[in-house]
Design a protein around this ligand. Structure first.
Ligand code: ZN
Length: 187
């Protein structure tokens, strides 16, 4: 996949600093354009990854088809409207058909999509769809709870609001009992 051109980004950041009324030649800012370029490359590295890649074959055979839940997965992303962070946590549940994913891989899949410019709703749907596809799951539930800095430090300045989004696929959508088991396990 295409690498980011950090040199180009650094020169754009330097221009941005000038437009904002700063002097990019002053001591404290001399290395800022390169640092921002590196940081942005890291924060958007999901564009250069796929779920298949990060799974790296960590899909295992399993006999029983019961619900697997992982909660408290840390999330850091950037909103696509302001390029400001939103952050919080994610819970994932799924019922696999004879296959389970390595536990740490669930968190890696979240990062493939979180480390891009996002809206929380799409992030939630993409993570659910990826897990359903990679685990051949009969059902998947994903819940994200995040705070958005674009709301907290600008605009409406609502400091304590948390946005909750969920995506339910397969049996998590159609079977009320499955869905309530999942929701009780993550609360
Ligand atoms: Zn925003």
């Amino acid at each position: 996949m295409k690498k980011v051109n950090e040199k180009k980004i650094a020169s754009l950041v330097k221009e941005l600093l000038v437009e904002l009324g700063e002097d990019p030649e002053r001591d404290g800012l001399l290395k800022t354009p390169q640092r921002v370029a590196k940081s942005l490359a890291f924060l958007t590295r999901g564009y250069r990854q796929t779920p298949r890649q990060v799974l790296n074959n960590a899909v295992f055979d399993a006999g029983a088809n019961h619900m697997i839940v992982l909660r408290g997965i840390e999330v850091y992303s950037l909103c696509e409207h302001h390029m400001l962070p939103f952050y919080g946590s994610c819970a994932i549940g799924y019922i696999a058909k004879n296959k389970v994913l390595g536990v740490s891989k669930l968190a890696r899949i979240v990062d493939v999509y979180a480390r891009r410019l996002q809206i929380q709703e799409r992030l939630t749907e993409q993570v659910a769809a990826a897990i359903q596809k990679e685990a051949h799951a009969e059902g998947v539930g994903v819940v994200f709870k995040c705070r958005h800095l674009c709301m907290m430090m600008r605009g409406v300045e609502k400091q304590n609001s948390e946005m909750v989004t969920s995506a339910m696929l397969g049996s998590f959508r159609t079977d009320e009992k499955v869905r309530s088991e999942f929701l009780s396990l993550i609360h």
